[in-house]
Structures are given as structure tokens and as C-alpha cells.
Write a protein that binds this ligand. Sequence first.
Ligand SMILES: [Zn+2]
Ligand SMILES: [Zn+2]
Length: 310
Amino acid sequence: MANKLTVLAEKGNWYKGNTHCHTILSDGKWSPEKTAALYRDNGYSFLFLSDHRIYGHHSDLSSEEFLVIPATESDISVPDTVFKCFHIVGGYDPGLARKSLADSDRSMNMPSWDGIGSVQRIVDDLNDHGNLAILAHPVWSRNNVADIQQLKGLTGLEIFNNVCDHEWNCGDSVLVWDLLLSEGHKLWGFASDDTHDPAVHALGGWIVVKAAELTPANIMEALRKGSFYSSTGPEIYEFYVQDGVAYVECSDAKAVHFMTYDNLGKSFRASDGATLSKAEHKLAGYEKYVRVEVVDAFGKRAWSNPIWIE
Ligand SMILES: [Zn+2]
Ligand SMILES: [Zn+2]
């Protein structure tokens, strides 16, 4: 473990974005134009407009300083259950609208349920057409780990979903993430708003991507490689493992938690009146992965992606 291990790009700029958002084209309350303007005016660099079963391009809302990434949210419900369903956010390939699950007017045709394989077909369709595929709000969807770990080709899952947190207190899927990671599933963690009513759901959960330039291709490459962190408040500036020691640098924090599996990691806490802006943890050497959580004075959290120790 002498070499430096990290998922963040060595060089680049930081770009804040929301990967899950609805508008009046599905069940959101605001227009695409007004929604995009809200995020742009609040310092975001990119936004997925991921309306339900509609592949939204919105290229007219993009500029060099603010990207609206083509996106959609696919869904399939499990029959004979009270609520169980699978929602998959896909994004990027502008050509998808005229291929496969999507028809010519951008609305998506969902497969009928025939077991977890029908969810896999949604994921495959997205991947086959150059999209990433993010499992949305698994706790809200009542997804269990046994089902999720059968799916192949997911880019990651939502570890924090702001509308699910705000409306039903089930936006936190971090434990689901750790259970999947500990089984060796290399999934990136995404925080998002899943905005329906921007007045109450916007600006609560986001990711910050480290990439060379603000282009769709660069952002997508960074998302596939895990070169980003998720947050509801704090910032993470560095996170890497060198010579068997995990290091993090972050905005002022009250606690920094190194999370490892299968053995325990380590928590560091600031004393009264003080804050932490860096921490390090010596690994035992047999961890599968290490990730870090940063907690600020308001209880807001940031999550790095995992670094795999192999
Ligand atoms: Zn959803
Ligand atoms: Zn949604």
C-alpha cells in the first residue's frame, strides 16, 4: 500500500451539481427554465432535469457556465406489494430519445414486471446508450440489499435524497450503501435533491465533482470514476490513502469519521469550541475500503466516495 490511492482527480476544478430533479413536465411544480435558474443562481454548475419517464434534453438551458445534463427517471413497481418499486435515474446521451425504451417524443416505455430482471433491463438500456444509472432513494423505494446486489451496471445509488428526507424521513440510505460495499459492490454514493417543489426541496443535497473542465463529457467521466463527494453542507478538499494512512482535508467540522469494512474505522471529534479541518487514520491493511464522513456544527454531513484497498 505504498502508492497513493484516491478516487478524486489529481488536477481539476470543483463543480457543484444536483443529479435528480423534476419539473412541470412530470410531477414537479416549477418550469424547467425557472428550476434551472434557481440552481444556476445558487452556485451550481450542472443539473440533471430527470422527469419521470421523460428524457429531458433542455439544451437551450445550458451554457458554458451551467450545464443542464439530459436525464430521466425510470420506474417500475413490484406487483402484490404495498409500495415496493425501483427508480433509476439515468443521464447524458442526447440520442437516447430515439432509441430503445424511449420513443420519439421523449417519453420512456417501462418494461412490465417479471422479477428483478425487468429492473436490470432498465439499467442495461441506460448503459447500452451511454448513460450512467443511479439507483434512486432505495430506502424510500423499500429496496432490500438482496435485490439490489443482483443488479449489474449501476453507477451508484442515492445515499441521501432530500425530498425523501423532508417528506418521509427516509432519505438516508448510507447503511444500504455500506452493506453493498462490504459485499464488494463498487457503487458510488450520490446525494441529490429529487426536487419536486423547489421552494422546500431544493438545495438540500448535492454532489461536488472534481473534473478538468465543465463539459458534459468531463462531468460524466468524473461521475463514472467516482471523482466527487456528496454533501448536505460540509466540503471535502482532499481524500486519499498513502503508505497505509487515510487522509482527509475538509471545511470546519465537529467530527470526521473514517468508515472501513469489515473492521471498524475511527471517529475524530473536535473539542468544545474547536473544529477539525483535517484528520488521518492508519489502516490495519486488511480493510476492503475506506470512506469518510464529515459532520459540521449544524449536523450537516458530507460523504466521500470509497477508496478500495486492494
Ligand atoms: Zn423516484
Ligand atoms: Zn425523482
